[in-house]
Design a protein around this ligand. Structure first.
Ligand SMILES: Nc1ncnc2c1ncn2[C@@H]1O[C@H](COP(=O)(O)OP(=O)(O)OP(=O)(O)O)[C@@H](O)[C@H]1O
Ligand SMILES: [Mg+2]
Length: 296
């Protein structure tokens, strides 16, 4: 279980249109979409807090593999609250799925497959409402329109909250407004939203990586005993996930050394042991676990 909660108590401005939302009418999967820097994650957390006061069991699915707020970058994370008064997900029911990249571009299949696996688990855990936060990739030319459209198709949300800025989302929303399967609620981008530069985003991730790998040690992997996905990417600096029997990530590691003759690898990971690890999946990202810097 990856535990990298970066939540702090935040002070936010709550627009009147947010207050008017009747949470009693919101059940099932609730998706939040919008381009980058439109306030999606802030709203998703706000909605989660309100829902957590209303229903005994609420889930939060963080599908933002870049600026993840709940889990680590490169992963999708599901967390639940079991407390009627809880205002953020508890630590005991949390699952992560490894995508291996900090953008869904070129990695859309693991994003949608992982989101579906986590949604299924949330349903098994009996959540009444599941808030799904998403990345800001909505650009049609970059495949963002297809990603959002197929994710809506697969996760079948009852409600989609859309942060509308100009025509950015029109290619996604236009058919959905007439789709009886989903209720689309369009909201303006709050004035309080602060834009983040590319450097800010890289800095944010570097901090998350440093914190995560701070307690790391070296573990030896016998690759003949594991299912290895993406062996061709096994090079020093490569990020990988240590996965359980169901394919969820128990922890992440960075390759130190790989010996193809003995089929062994040394990795840097904060995971204390390989207990429960049945497979590993190599990501596309490379990074220095000491500095947290991503290597391109
Ligand atoms: N209602 C609000 N009140 C105060 N600050 C806000 C509000 N909404 C957003 N912000 C601030 O604006 C910044 C961006 O907001 P947020 O992370 O929610 O946007 P996002 O759409 O999720 O961004 P990304 O595309 O990176 O995922 C954050 O620093 C956040 O604190
Ligand atoms: Mg966000």
């Amino acid at each position: 279980m990856i535990n990298a909660d970066n939540e702090t108590r935040e002070t936010i401005r709550i627009p009147p249109e947010w207050e008017r939302i009747e949470v009693g009418c919101l059940t099932g999967t609730i998706m939040v979409i919008g381009a980058s820097d439109t306030g999606k994650s802030t709203f998703a957390r706000y909605l989660f807090r309100r829902l957590a006061k209303h229903y005994p069991r609420v889930g939060f699915l963080d599908c933002d593999v870049g600026q993840s707020s709940l889990g680590l970058p490169t992963t999708l994370t599901l967390a639940l609250t079991a407390s009627a008064t809880g205002d953020k997900p508890t630590e005991n029911e949390r699952l992560a799925y490894f995508v291996g990249a900090v953008s869904p571009r070129g990695h859309m299949l693991p994003v949608v497959v992982g989101a579906h696996k986590l949604q299924h688990r949330a349903q098994q855990w009996g959540v009444r409402a599941l808030v799904v936060d998403t990345t800001g990739l909505v650009d049609a030319a970059a495949g963002g329109g297809a990603l959002k459209q197929w994710k809506i198709e697969l996760l079948s949300p009852s409600t989609v909250f859309a942060f509308v800025r100009g025509m950015e989302l029109e290619h996604i929303l236009w058919p959905r407004r007439r789709d009886p399967r989903v209720r689309v609620i369009e909201l303006p981008v709050p004035k309080a939203v602060i834009e983040r530069s590319r450097e800010n985003r890289i800095f944010y991730r570097a901090e998350r990586w440093r914190n995560y790998f701070a307690p790391a040690a070296t573990l030896q992997l016998d690759l003949r005993r594991l299912a290895v996905f993406g062996l061709e990417a096994m090079t020093p600096g490569r990020l990988l996930a240590l996965q359980d029997a169901e394919g969820f990530a128990l922890g992440l590691g960075v390759v130190r050394r790989y010996d193809p003759h003995t089929q062994t690898a040394a990795i840097c990971t904060p995971l204390p042991s390989l207990e429960g690890v049945v497979s590993i999946r190599l990501g596309s990202l490379r990074l220095d676990p000491e500095t947290g810097q991503e290597i391109y």
